[in-house]
Structure formats: C-alpha cells, structure tokens
Write a protein that binds this ligand. Structure first.
Ligand code: NZQ
Ligand code: ZN
Length: 395
C-alpha cells in the first residue's frame, strides 16, 4: 500500500444538530445560497427550521430550488448565476446527493468564467479542475452518496446524454452538518437504494483494489455487515431513528476516503451505472443494484478468491478452498437476495431497460473513462464486449 489521506471537512453528527446551522454558517459567511431539490425539504419542515436557525444568527440568504435527481448542468449554471447576482459568500446544500453535488459545482462555478461543464470529466483532453470554491456546508437529508464529506460531484448533461464526475480538493465541504432526523421522511424505496449505494461504495474498492489491504477489507466488511443489519431495519421501519443514524453514518464512512484509502481501485460498477442513469434517468442506487451482482459474477469467474472471502466473512459460508467458485457465486446470490428483500431491482427489465442499446452503453462508458488499452479500469479491466456481456446477464 502506498497512499496519502486527507479530508478537511469538519463533521458535526447527531439527531437535532440542524439547529446549529446558523452558528456553523456564521463562521463561513454572511449571505448563503441555499440549494434545495424538488420540494421534500419544504414538505418535511427542514427548510423552515434551517432558515430559522440562519435568521437567528443574522445570516441572510438567496435560494436555488428545483435541483433534479441526476442533477443537470443547466441547474448548476442557474445556481452559480444566482449566487453571483445575490452576492452570496457561502453555499448551503439542503437535500440528497443530487442537491449536494449540484451545490458543490455551483460553489466552484461562482469563481469560473467558463462553462461549469468544463469541470465534469467526460472524455475531453483537459478538463478544468477547479481550484477555488465558495465555502460549502452540506446538510444531507438522504443517506446514500457520501457526497456530504467528500470532494466529488456527479452532474448530468441531458442535451448530450452524459453523466459524469468532477473531483477537486476545493469541493470538500467546509462543514458537513449531519442530522439523521432529517432522513426520517425518506420513502422506503429511496432508503433501500441508498443502502445499496453505500454497500457498493465499499464493494468497488474491496473487489477492484490492490492486494494486501487487510485493514481496509475489515473496514469494508464492517460497513457491509452493518448495512445488512441496520440498513434492513431502516427500510423496515423508516421511523427508527437509531437505524437511520447508523445508515447515515455508514453513508459518510463508505465514501469519505477512509475505508478505501490505499486500495487504488477502479469503480467499474459506478461507471456503467452512470451511463444507464444518463440514458434513462433512473435512481443511482437502483441502477447499482442491477449492475453490481451481474458484475460480481463476471469478476468472480476471473478471480474467485476475494469473492470467497466475501462469502465466508459476510454470509458465513464455508469454502472448500480459497478459489472455490461455487462458494463465491453462492455469496453473490445471497447478496442479490438481500437487495431484492429490501425492495431493490435486480434486473434491467425491472428498470424498464431492454437490450436495444447495450453496445451503446458500453461505448459511452468507455468514452468517459478507459485505461491505455481502451478498457474500463477495474479487476479485471473490461472491454466493450465484457460490459455488454455483464449487462446482458442483468437483463
Ligand atoms: O428532490 P427532493 O424533493 O429533495 O426529493 C428527493 C429525490 O426525489 C428525495 N429525498 C431526499 N431527501 C428526502 C427525500 N424525500 C423525502 N424525505 C427526504 N428527507 O429523494 C429523491 C432522490 O434524491 P437524490 O438526491 O437524487 O438521491 P441520492 O442521495 O441517492 O443522490 C443521487 C445522486 O448522487 C450521485 C448519483 O450519481 C446521483 O446523481 N452520486 C454522487 C456521489 C458523490 N458526490 O460522491 C457518489 C455516488 O456514487 C453517486 O454517483
Ligand atoms: Zn454510488
């Protein structure tokens, strides 16, 4: 292992912490751009409480509402314009991953005179990596992406059917104010998709990372086992605040860089899913739930050992040897059964996606990211034919 680790985000976690927003924001600026989604924060009362806390500390604000799931670059442009016109000096994201991602890129676009789409890595020769952004405060209302405490954002461009990411140091939120009470209103399906997203953030590094990472393996297994137990509880009873808190914490842990430190793996399942959501506007976690088990079966056939470890440690199966493919595949079956049990789709047809564009999805995925041989990075690297084969199995 050979790596650097750095995460500057100040995390404040716990039920009721929303009331600290005004105090937290007053340390970052005087006028906030509050970024929200399609209205859930208004219906739940979260917005009103956030505004009351800001007002109590003398923070004024402008609003950019209407960030859509799979947030659009046009919305990012709009938000950056509002922030400039209104003279905002801090950005507060109040919502799910889509709202947080859009808010992060708005904060960077504030200082960029070009088109913020230049920042999104979509196969262009030299993406613009932002180096400056307004301070960002994330207040997640849905546990899934980990965007609240990482330096990534994923943005869609519907005009050209593309969805891809930016990663930049300046996109680390200054503060993540994480109040699990805000997730009590998340519906069952979105809760389950979030659980799948959280698990997939750690399985990507677990299965695609370098060898010899025993501590990271145990961290990842801890996240997965916790989600099998507490994720299922949160789905079964959305009012269970303790379960909501565990899932919310897992969302942060899974993708704030700590669990995956030193693994240096690709994220092939994510890359394929992003193409599917670009074409079909599906929920990210639902797409992962279809692609991940299909990808796992493909990868296990190439390298069963890590999947055997997964089967033994996660599901208590007993392998005949370290390369027992049957045991590896049984573990994957059990994982897929869990996803189904909590209400996630496991077939492309569940998402109303048929086989007409499989080659196109593979080509688009590879256009956005590929290694020097033209393959999708991961273990094993995937050719266009491999991606099509995985998707065909998932139909
Ligand atoms: O838009 P509103 O009205 O707020 O409703 C949302 C939306 O319809 C709703 N919701 C959120 N909080 C709620 C709530 N409904 C009731 N009560 C609440 N408390 O849930 C729906 C989905 O929201 P969204 O933000 O789209 O979901 P999620 O958090 O799963 O974010 C998905 C986006 O994040 C990207 C995905 O690709 C996708 O675009 N990702 C971002 C990552 C990152 N920045 O690190 C990593 C991930 O792998 C992922 O790619
Ligand atoms: Zn994800």
């Amino acid at each position: 292992m050979n790596f650097e680790y750095h995460n500057p985000t100040h995390l404040i976690f716990g039920a009721g912490t929303l009331s600290q927003l005004g105090e937290v924001a007053s340390r970052q600026g005087k006028k906030a751009l509050i970024v929200t989604g399609g209205g859930s924060v208004k219906r739940s009362g979260t917005f009103e409480r956030a505004v009351a806390s800001l007002k109590a500390k003398g923070i004024t604000f402008a609003e950019c509402s209407g960030v859509e799931p799979n947030p659009r670059i046009a919305t990012v442009r709009r938000g950056a314009r509002i922030a400039r016109e209104e003279g905002c000096d801090v950005v507060i994201a109040l919502g799910g991953g889509s709202t947080m991602d859009a808010a992060k890129v708005m904060a960077a676009a504030f200082y960029y005179d070009g088109d913020p789409w230049d920042m999104i890595y979509h196969g262009q020769p030299a993406p613009h990596v932002p180096t400056r952004a307004l301070p960002i405060i994330t207040v997640p209302t849905l546990a899934a992406t980990g965007s609240e405490m990482n330096m990534g954002a994923v943005i869609s461009n519907e005009e050209i059917t593309e969805k891809s990411f930016v990663q930049a140091e300046c996109l680390y939120p200054a503060v993540a104010l994480v109040d699990p009470e805000l997730t009590l209103s998340v519906p069952k399906d979105q809760t389950a998709y979030g659980v799948c997203d959280i698990i997939t953030h750690v399985t990507e590094a677990y299965f695609n990372g370098v060898d010899g990472t025993p501590i990271q393996d145990r961290f990842a297994e801890g996240v997965i086992l916790t989600m099998l137990e507490w994720g299922a509880k949160a789905v079964a009873d959305g009012e269970d605040l303790e379960a909501r808190a565990q899932v919310q914490w897992a969302s942060i842990v899974a993708l704030n860089g700590w669990v995956n430190a030193g693994t240096n793996g690709g994220f092939p399942v994510h890359m394929i899913e992003h193409t599917l959501s670009a074409f079909h506007d599906i929920t990210h976690g639902a797409g992962l739930s279809v692609v991940n088990p299909a990808w796992m079966r493909f990868a296990a056939n190439h390298r069963p050992q890590k999947f055997v470890q997964f089967s033994e440690r996660i599901f208590g199966l007993k392998a005949k040897g370290s390369d027992d493919l049957d045991c590896a595949l049984q573990g994957i079956d059990r994982f897929e059964a869990f996803l189904k049990e909590i209400g996630c789709p496991t077939r492309l047809t569940d998402l109303k996606i048929d086989d007409t564009l499989l080659t196109r999805y593979a080509q688009e995925t590879l256009r956005i990211i590929h290694d020097e041989k033209g393959n999708l990075p991961g273990r094993p690297p995937m050719s266009e034919a491999d991606i099509v084969a995985v998707l065909r199995v998932a139909l």
